[in-house]
Design a protein around this ligand. Sequence first.
Ligand SMILES: [Zn+2]
Length: 286
Amino acid sequence: MNSAERYFVTAEERGELGHAFLLEGEDQALLTATARRTAQRVLCEKGTACGTCESCRAVLSGNHPDIITVSHEKPDTLSVSEIRHQLVDDIEIRPYRSARKIYIVPDAGKMNPQAQNAILKTLEEPPAYGMIFLLADNRNRFLPTVLSRLVTLRCEEEGGSEELTENAGRERLLQLLGHLRAADASELARAASDLKADGMQAEEALELMTLLLRDMMVIKAEAGTKLRVPEAETLLSGFADRLSWAEADRCFTSLQEAKARLKANGNADVTIEVFLLQLRELLRKA
Ligand SMILES: [Zn+2]
């Protein structure tokens, strides 16, 4: 959970959750993931993003009718008619099945001034059930009038996963992922000890997986952000093509669970095996 997500949890607990937010950061994939996870939690029947209630299942399958992702046709502009049609007018229609109706606007910095003016009144007086996430790399892309109506949150990856040591384990893990769909259970069962023999601990393997999955989201979102593990681009493009957004999200959930298990002193071999099995299932099903 990053600082933006922690803000949402606290604000919600205090009953102070607002209606309109700007998530600001260079990493589009991270912004999207933050907005989607927050939306899932807000709509969850248990209020926890439990992953199992009807609402969570709809979110994870990418089919929740009360989460709307605003899209644009031209790569460089989000036009006034697009914002009117998909948000300003649409938000007046009550939620389909939830207490909230949530809008996610990727590339919101590409709204031209007319589009920004069109959204102004909605930001000022949103319906009680409305919630809007604008995602952008820089708050300076917005008119001051728009900015003043948003809660702006910086969104950055936390933890020191930048500096991964180069070792043979890295190469081994990438190879394993390359044929993961066809990998047999015994290979996955001994993956952690094989990696360890190559100098890579389980924690390190999961950190590398974090970078790989983020790169996969970058590729999937066509965000154009620099990849952290460029040598895995072909492999990850394959994953990105194969997995839906919901399935890609589930990869992250599995990874978070694996990290939590390891932190709680879970068995490293089993943790890595279970994670790889889950990833393999997602890739096979897709
Ligand atoms: Zn739930």
